[in-house]
Design a protein around this ligand. Structure first.
Ligand SMILES: [Zn+2]
Length: 115
């Protein structure tokens, strides 16, 4: 692995596919940060894997890391909220995906992912 960048980039997200990566890249660029995608080019070398299944790393300059994480948290919350119902950690009741707080005990949706 060679390092040619003079600026230090950090990985803030791993997109499931190139389409998602470009969506996120566009979102982050609106906030003035330089966004680099890693992994996209691998698909042509591998030949057998369609681009859709190749994970793409999204990196931003170190100084933008916090802002990027914040935006990506919101992005993930939106994506998850649109996709699935959630279970309240406080009382165990199921809540519809669109609910930000538990209908039963008003507990907020907990975050339960590593990292
Ligand atoms: Zn609850």
């Amino acid at each position: 692995m060679t390092r040619t960048a003079s600026e230090s980039f950090v990985r803030v997200y791993r997109a499931a596919n190139a389409t998602e990566a470009h969506l996120i890249k566009g979102m982050l660029e609106q906030y003035g940060m330089t966004v680099r995608l890693f992994g996209e080019g691998l698909s042509s070398g591998l030949g057998e894997l369609p681009a859709e299944v190749v994970e793409v790393e999204i990196r931003v300059p170190t100084g933008f890391r916090q802002l990027a994480r914040q935006l990506l948290d919101e992005y993930e919350a939106d994506a998850a909220g649109a996709a699935a119902d959630w279970r309240c950690a406080g009382c165990g009741e199921e809540n519809p995906a669109g609910f930000e707080a538990c209908w039963n005990c008003r507990g907020t949706r907990g975050r339960d992912r590593p990292g």
